[in-house]
Design a protein around this ligand. Sequence first.
Ligand code: SF4
Length: 262
Amino acid sequence: MPDAQNGAAPAMETVQFSLPVGEISLRASAQLPVGRTTLTQLLPILQNLENVVVDKVGEEARRAGKSISCRAGCGACCRQMAPVSLFEAEALAAWMRSLPEARRAELEQRFHRALSALRDAGVLDKILASEWALDEEQTTQLAIDYFHAGVACPFLEDESCSIHPMRPLSCREYLVTSPPELCRDPTANEVSGVRLPLKLSRALYAFGQEMSQDARGWIPLVFLVAWGRSGAKPGEYVAGSGREVLTKFLEKAAAVSASANE
Ligand code: SF4
């Protein structure tokens, strides 16, 4: 990313940090911009961090004689209502705007068709009635209704995620050890999900709740195109040097994790 003032690459610094993940403290380092950075710009670092957490959980599952069943080509879970934080929505909406016209139009059509299918299944109105977010029973019922509508994520192509490197943290956190065929209907089958000791997505949702005064702090991924038209820049809510933004994120992640384990 060239510096706007003089065309030079922005100054970077190596930042060492640690993050409690269950019983262990994960030590890592990242190359971060010295200059002004937003939480949205820090997402590639957070995605890498999430991948490390998921790998550790996968290792633990293997030590316990299990294996993670999730593979490319199995998109059964991609018919669920995938949450996307406002910051990830900002990055994905910007990426979509950067696509060649034909590809962008194709993707927008898919989002449009997905919303129409959800409307026809009677699910869209339920999603738009925001009070479900405040009631666990209603949230669960909505998740079941959404899945039964059978609407694939618009980014799913040949049963694989077409935005795999940029996929939301919530998608990275959904892992199972049961046979993949059971995921075709998790409401009827006993699917063995993997419990992550730390979900970084929750820290992004917590920032989203603070800034938007919304009970969820995220949007269903299927709303991405409509949301992107607002031109919102939520990443500005947490901005500073790369080090400052990462520090705020890690503090939020630790606080959210501590309250989840209370
Ligand atoms: S973003 Fe990718 S992984 Fe997530 S639901 Fe969509 S296709 Fe599946």
